[in-house]
Design a protein around this ligand. Structure first.
Ligand code: ADP
Ligand code: MG
Length: 682
């Protein structure tokens, strides 16, 4: 980047201190920041034929004033001005609110251009802009910018003119020429100009194409460089596991592995064996059998003489995983222990001591596992479950714990491909895309709240067969703001409804962990038949006798979350059911309920979820790790994203990228992003 563009905006003639302050409030400090403050949409001022304009669409037309305008006042300030305008063969009305001064300008036969909303039924445009007289040059598109504080869109437009006339020629190319030719991309200067001063639709399209590609490429280079250097520079340990023992373990499982499970086990074991440090994401839908994959890999590491750790987000889940790993692995001499924050006193001391001496082979727990006081003898492998809650930074911290262990991240929320390669772009990815045979699909229904009686009747039929049910509510207690069912109320209602026929338990995040455990235990031992719960049960919980789930106010949840919740049933031999209780107000809301009833495929749902809610909301608000792009849109520009990713991969591995002049700019970006240290460029 030429230094001139790194100068403060105050060097632009016509921009003073005050304006500079207003810009600073919008995070625009340098000339380059201003150039890169791209419009988020364009106002379309092209003249249109009214025959093609939809009701309520915004439109610009040109016509001749046909009769005397009529002006009505309401009180002192409010007024309505109506004119008849002859537009081609249409005679329409145009209404202006609170612009009485226009009356004198609207002379009969005068040519007028107006922009506003078209009411097809009343053949009327409610105008917010007008210009009088023949247009010298038709405006076509005007950029619309995000603004804050005192700044106006017009102000930004004015500044763009200033900055382009004074510094436009300093905009430098950042991409190598051969890429511009290969993809027929505008050069950077032209792209900037077309973005801020488009003459037509093609300008906007071409400018976006170029800027989107550059943005994705820069981002993917960062991800791929991270991936490469972490692989090569983090000294991993080759783990020479014993294949025969591993095969014997796999043969002992009560079922054959699915082909997908075999494939991912091989991918993961190749990493474990290699001297590189594993940094891999394992994706698999709810119930696809990730736990057993984790067990196999942990066992492999054990036969190579290493300890392993399995980290999960909740204590309930930690206990369940501990139970199943102990079941699977203790016959093979592996000692597994559970460590959570509720393990205290002497018991805790003993575990920590045994761990340090290597008496414990596999430790299972919550975040408590990566605290400083927890020391392993020779930790070789860390597996985290449901890790999509962490961003890139948290993942890096975890990898930097301890003695360079291999790290496997597991997630049951299938991640749309576009997000997988952005949010997890620095990782290798394995996917279990096949369900164990004989799994029955869960029947899902969507019911309105006024059908609750029938739904409860349905639930009771299942209970009478000896089955159990989950009832999920969005909130714990009544909230004044949100009219949603809450767990405590629903618990009372159902207790009354079921009388002594079934027992109803209550579970939510505000219970202490002992209380939670007690509730969970009584549900899994069928002492309680109906569990009313918030989304605490979302991840991992396994009670195969539960065949019915009712979700209150289902429209409040994302599709992926609903799918996760629904995955708590359908875990046994019997047919399971899920009822979504919802009265969605919007079309999108209805569409989401419908999709839930139509598919059980988590990958399909996750793509839909992304499409309907956008990337920011996909993972929920907290720590989404979703990068923000200025121009690019991960969902709509996914083809460009894939292209950029594969180009970035090739570049990072090629010598030319690290040496040749034409990649200078892209390399500097990596430096700035802190991916590379200076000396690595030499
Ligand atoms: P996930 O963690 O991916 O949601 P789990 O590992 O909990 O899924 O597996 C769900 C259920 O499927 C478990 O009861 C498990 O024993 C069973 N399972 C796993 N793999 C297979 C397989 N290959 N064939 C049959 N059942 C399997
Ligand atoms: Mg699981």
């Amino acid at each position: 980047m030429k230094n001139t563009l790194n100068q403060s905006v105050t060097v632009i003639k016509g921009i003073g201190e005050e304006t500079a302050e207003a810009l600073a409030a919008m995070n625009i400090h340098t000339i380059n920041d201003l150039f890169e403050h791209f419009p988020y949409r364009f106002e379309d001022y092209r003249l249109r034929d009214l025959a093609e304009v939809q009701h309520e669409e915004k439109v610009t037309v040109e016509g001749k004033v046909h009769s005397e305008p009529s002006l009505t006042f309401f009180g002192k300030k409010r007024s309505r001005l109506t004119i008849k305008l002859l537009v081609g063969r249409y005679l329409i009305s145009v209404v202006f609110f609170n612009q009485p001064y226009l009356k004198n300008k609207m002379k009969i036969n005068e040519t007028v251009t107006v922009t506003g909303k078209w009411d097809q039924h009343r053949q009327t445009i409610t105008a917010n802009e007008a210009s009088i007289g023949e247009m010298k040059q038709a405006k076509s598109f005007e950029p619309v910018y995000n603004v804050k504080g005192n700044m106006t869109v017009k102000g930004i437009r004015r500044m763009m003119k200033l900055v382009f006339s004074q510094f436009g020629h300093d905009i430098e190319e950042t991409l190598p020429q051969h890429l511009l030719s290969r993809y027929k991309l505008l050069n950077r200067k032209d792209a900037f100009r077309a973005m801020h001063f488009p003459l037509n639709e093609t300008d906007i399209k071409q400018a976006r194409r170029r800027l989107v590609y550059e943005e994705f490429l820069t981002f993917q280079l960062k991800m791929q460089a991270l991936r490469k250097f972490e692989r090569e520079n983090s000294q991993g340990v080759p783990q020479h596991f014993q294949l025969e023992r591993l095969k014997a373990f796999i043969d002992s499982l009560p079922f054959p592995l699915t082909n997908a499970q075999k494939r991912v086990v091989n991918e993961i074991l190749a990493d474990v064996k290699s001297p590189y440090r594993m940094n891999r994401l394992l994706q698999g839908d709810v119930g696809s059998g990730k736990t057993v994959v984790a067990a196999i890999v942990l066992y492999a590491s054990y036969t190579a003489g290493f300890q392993g750790a399995l980290m999960v987000p909740t204590e309930i889940l930690a206990e369940q995983h501990a139970d199943s790993l102990i079941d699977l692995l203790s016959p093979f001499g592996v000692r597994c222990k559970l460590l959570t924050s509720s393990v205290k006193g002497n018991k805790r001391k003993e575990i920590l001591k045994d761990l340090k001496e290597g008496q414990i082979h596999i430790l299972i727990g919550t975040h408590a596992l990566i605290q400083d006081e927890v020391a392993f003898k020779n930790l070789g492998l860390v597996i985290t479950d449901e890790q999509h809650r962490f961003g890139v930074e948290q993942r890096r911290i975890l990898r930097e714990k301890g003695e360079n262990p291999d790290v496997l991240f597991m997630t049951a929320t299938p991640i749309p491909r576009t997000l997988a390669i952005t949010v997890f772009g620095e990782m290798d990815v394995s996917i279990i895309d096949e369900m164990p045979a004989g799994r029955k699909a869960i029947d899902t229904y969507w019911a309105k709240h006024n059908m609750l009686d029938r739904v409860l009747g349905f639930m009771e039929k299942e209970l009478k067969k000896g089955r159990q049910a989950y009832v999920i509510c969005p909130l714990i207690e009544e909230s004044e703001k949100l009219d949603v069912q809450n767990a405590i109320d629903v618990h009372t209602t159902l207790t009354n409804y079921l009388q002594n026929r079934s027992r109803v338990g209550l579970m939510h995040g505000r219970l202490g962990s002992d209380e939670k455990d007690a509730v969970m235990k009584s549900f899994s031992q069928n002492e309680v038949q109906v569990l009313v719960s918030t989304t605490v049960v979302e991840v991992g919980v396994n009670v195969p006798n539960a065949t019915f789930m009712l979700i209150y106010d289902a429209e409040r949840f994302g599709l992926s979350q609903l799918h996760q919740l629904r995955g708590r049933v359908g875990r046994g031999q019997e047919q399971s059911y899920c009822v979504l209780l919802a009265d969605p107000k919007t079309d999108i809301g209805k569409e989401r309920m419908r999709i839930m009833t139509e598919t059980n495929d988590g990958f399909v749902l996750s793509e839909k979820d992304l499409e309907l809610r956008g990337p920011g909301d996909f993972f929920g608000r907290k720590q989404s790790g979703v990068p923000e792009f200025k121009v690019a849109d991960m969902v709509h520009d996914f083809r460009a994203l894939e292209t950029a990713r594969s180009d970035a991969q090739t570049m990072i591995e090629s010598k030319i990228f690290w040496e040749s002049e034409e990649y200078q700019h892209l390399r500097e970006n990596l430096l700035q992003a802190g991916v590379l240290e200076g000396e690595k460029l030499d």
